[in-house]
Design a protein around this ligand. Sequence first.
Ligand SMILES: Cc1ncc(COP(=O)(O)O)c(C=O)c1O
Length: 388
Amino acid sequence: MRADQFAGCELAHREAAGLRRRLRPVDGPQDTWVTVDGRRALLLCSNNYLGLANHPALRAAAQDAAAEYGVGAGASRLISGSMRVHHALEEELAAFKGAEAALLFTSGYQANIGSITTLVGGDDAVFSDELNHASIVDACRLSRAAVFVYPHKDVDALRQLLERSRARRRLVVTDSVFSMDGDIAPLRAICDVAERCGAMVMVDEAHATGVLGPHGGGVVEAERLRERITVQMGTLGKALGTFGAFVAARRDVIDLLINAARSFIYTTALPPPVVAAARAALRIAAADDERRRRLGDNVARLRTGLAALGFDVGDAASHIIPVRIGDVEGTLRVSNRLLDAGVFVQAIRPPTVPPGTARLRITAMSTHTADDMQFAVDAFRQIRGAES
Ligand SMILES: Cc1ncc(COP(=O)(O)O)c(C=O)c1O
């Protein structure tokens, strides 16, 4: 057997367990309806919550920036790639998050890796919710700090772990909106115990930025916790419709990240058209409450419709609706049947979610219409009939 034949064996194992993943080509822009695998379908699994990914103002901003600055930054930020447009967006993001300063990263994955590995190291401890995003899990491992995973949203368990810790520095890190369950972390209670134990708090607002809070500033804004959070992380590739991510924090924390965060230092800066489009997105997201209201209306229509059909939609209050099915095979079958009925919802399987909790993760957009939501509910009704 050749040394590289292991790949085929690994894939065969995954195939047998129903866990092999395949890419599905989508034609055209990320709109409310897309063409996937050549079929027209209502898109209900993107993170383009505010419908900005194909917004004319963002497209125009990207086109203008390409004409003015070109398409590439040409180098990392610390070499020659720190273009004026990056600095402008960082100032705007800091103001948006009510922080002294902000720093762009090339993705949310990189933002979590760079921030966590800078905040804690070998002599330290990091406390992480068991359902935190994979990028946080990886960052905790890379940091070399002692990692304590606490049960989901269990502040009392977190308190006990913190009280027992004798580490030099301690960091509590949590998603604000959990990406696969849509529920929201008890941030105020987390801040209370962290402060009592002298720990820092970092919040990943990937799914909340642009959507939650009076001006889209996230759960931290909604709960008025800005002063109590060491690092607020947000992404540009979800509600803000573009690409990249940022962290907002005190000026000295940001300056330390510029000096120490390897995923910031050793990578090419974001392309100027993307940055310009993100600035346009931020202007819309910060001002357009109507967009947030329409998203909320669509989510409520879907949630009510699916619950009435008997689907387990959980009780999370955010814009992410997890429809738990449990077994991998059943979840894949429902997802495929939905696509046949004109609705695109991916099956979410382990290891993205714990074994036995495979699900459909349904996300509406504010640009969907009431008719779109009815179409989705009708498709689920049809599937319900076929499955029973
Ligand atoms: C909670 C959370 N954090 C971080 C990320 C990573 O962000 P990005 O896609 O920008 O790498 C994601 C999703 O991708 C996420 O859901």
